[in-house]
Ligand binder design. Structure first.
Ligand code: KIV
Ligand code: NA
Length: 277
């Protein structure tokens, strides 16, 4: 497969070919996604919760995200790598956002960055990062970095006022120069109104059918514990398989079944003699 590119993503939208995106936070998961044929990998700040154990995405730092990004980049051969700019790394100014985005390209190997929000200050950030030559994926609807201000982790665009805001923001982030848009937790009927009005691909998560879909890898593989969001579909029970594997190892070590002869190095009789002396 040829490496995924922005023109190819635009062509996929034009042809009605659905774009598949999944999160990854390390080298093995990026390789798995790439080998499975995923088009775009997202180094999501959901990694704050999924792999770092925080309660929300706001805690993860740029330096932490860069470690995850580098590992994913080295594992993604053909997939297009998008990195989330974490909370606090873009809020201060356009200059701060550009400096952060540059680090994700230079140090993290990102093909593009993702910025949450479609309000006036966020549009200014998108324009600034795009002007610096870095492609931007916008993200509207439920934006977890500012969930407290939105009243919690809840679907957006279910009321007349918020639905109108979603439509306005979708058009505005496109005008600001985003080449793709993630829409999270918005009723499919509202997304359906926006879709025909946009030239750029819309990647949905809890947003009904769109030009593409994104899910958190650990959610779709069944590794995360606790109750999953309404929009998650589980395709495997890898968490159970991992627990069963480690439990079997625990049993084998305790019973002495592991290590067996075949896991052990041999030595010459001389070596054993010398060790005794
Ligand atoms: O961080 C993340 O996983 C995301 C997706 C849910 C879109 O931003
Ligand atoms: Na995110």
């Amino acid at each position: 497969r040829a490496p995924m590119s922005i023109p190819r993503l635009a062509e996929m939208k034009a042809n009605g070919e659905r774009i598949v995106m999944v999160t990854a936070y390390d080298h093995p998961s990026a390789r798995i996604a790439d080998t499975a044929g995923v088009d775009m990998v997202l180094v999501g700040d959901s990694g704050a919760q999924v792999v770092l154990g925080h309660d929300s995405t706001v805690s993860v730092t740029t330096d932490e995200m860069l470690v995850l990004a580098g590992a994913v980049r080295r594992g993604a051969r053909t997939a297009f790598v998008v990195c989330d700019l974490p909370f606090g790394s873009t809020e201060v100014s356009d200059e701060q956002a550009v400096a952060t985005a540059v680090r994700f390209v230079k140090e993290g190997g990102a093909d593009a960055v993702k910025l949450e929000g479609g309000g006036p200050a966020r549009l200014s950030r998108i324009r600034a990062v795009v002007a610096a030559g870095i492609p931007v994926v916008a993200h509207i609807g439920l934006t977890p970095q500012t969930a407290t201000a939105l009243g919690g982790l809840r679907a957006q665009g279910r009321t007349a006022q918020t639905a109108a805001r979603i439509v306005d923001e979708a058009l505005a982030v496109q005008d600001a120069g985003a080449f793709a848009l993630v829409v999270e937790a918005v009723p499919a009927d509202v997304v359906g109104v926006v879709l025909p009005a946009l030239r750029i691909p819309v990647i949905g998560i809890g947003a009904g059918p769109a030009d593409g879909q994104v899910l958190v890898l650990h959610d779709l593989l069944g590794i995360t514990d606790g109750r999953a969001a309404k929009f998650v579909k589980r395709y495997a029970a890898i968490g159970d398989a991992m627990t069963a594997g480690v439990a079997a190892y625990v049993d084998d070590v305790r019973s002495g079944a592991f290590p067996a002869r075949e896991h052990t190095y041999s030595a010459s009789a001389d070596a054993v003699e010398a060790a005794r002396a």
